[in-house]
Design a protein around this ligand. Structure first.
Ligand code: PLP
Length: 222
């Protein structure tokens, strides 16, 4: 299956899920997760109209962003675990960090964004599933992190992101998606990044405004 066909199918799934939920597909941003795929796949997706791409590794994002710098209107979303000593590489125009999970990381990103003369859009990653090994802050830590971001002149918080516990049944993710939505609603946050190839319908049903889809667009990762 070509990237163009994969994208078309995923867009159809989003439209159908929105129709079932009585939502406008224009309110759901598709992040094409290109991690571990060569930049040529990013070009193919761009030619098929895709503009927003997701990456898990800082160095990979930076080198792909350089290699695709000629593609107009591209936005990069960092969706992996971010170490503070790598934050500097992400402080560049067109990058959104979806995985802020501590006050210290927020402070570091603010410092790097200021040095680069940017205001960086960010989301806070929340571990709503309560898994011990997962990244993301605990729900109890969220307000302190949001306060730190809101006090930072060079960060702009847009919403929350989560990765639910892995499962075979996408419906198992729904309570976690619903929990993220309630955390965002209670705090006046608009964007909800949740849902991947296997469970984007469940995420859209629970209010996702951003879905992060890799395999269903690009095929299995090499
Ligand atoms: C890899 C990844 C995705 C995409 O997963 P697929 O199952 O390939 O759609 C989405 N979100 C995060 C955080 C990821 O690491």
């Amino acid at each position: 299956m070509s990237v163009r066909d994969g994208l078309a199918r995923v867009r159809e799934r989003i439209v159908a899920a929105c129709a079932r939920a009585g939502r406008d597909p224009a309110d759901v941003t598709l992040v094409a997760v290109s991690k571990r795929h060569p930049v040529e796949r990013v070009r193919e997706a761009w030619e098929a109209g895709q503009r927003v791409f997701g990456e898990n590794y800082v160095q990979e994002l930076a080198s792909k962003a350089d290699a695709a710098a000629d593609l107009e209107g591209v936005e990069w979303r960092f969706i992996g675990h971010l170490q503070r000593n790598k934050a500097k590489l992400l402080a560049r125009p067109g990058v959104v960090v979806e995985t802020v999970d501590s006050e210290r990381l927020a402070a570091e990103l603010d410092k790097r964004a200021r040095a680069a003369g940017l205001v960086m859009p960010v989301l806070v990653q929340v571990n709503v599933g309560g898994e011990a090994q997962k990244s993301g802050c605990e729900p109890a830590e969220l307000d302190a992190i949001l306060a730190a971001i809101r006090g930072a002149a060079h960060l702009d918080v847009r919403g929350l992101m989560t990765i639910p516990p892995a499962t075979d049944d996408p419906d198992d993710a729904r309570p976690h998606f619903a929990a993220l939505r309630r955390l965002a609603e209670d705090r006046g946050l608009k964007e909800l990044s949740m849902g991947m190839s296997a469970d984007l319908e469940a995420a859209v049903a629970e209010g996702a405004t951003i879905v992060r889809v890799g395999t269903a667009i690009f095929g299995a990762r090499p």
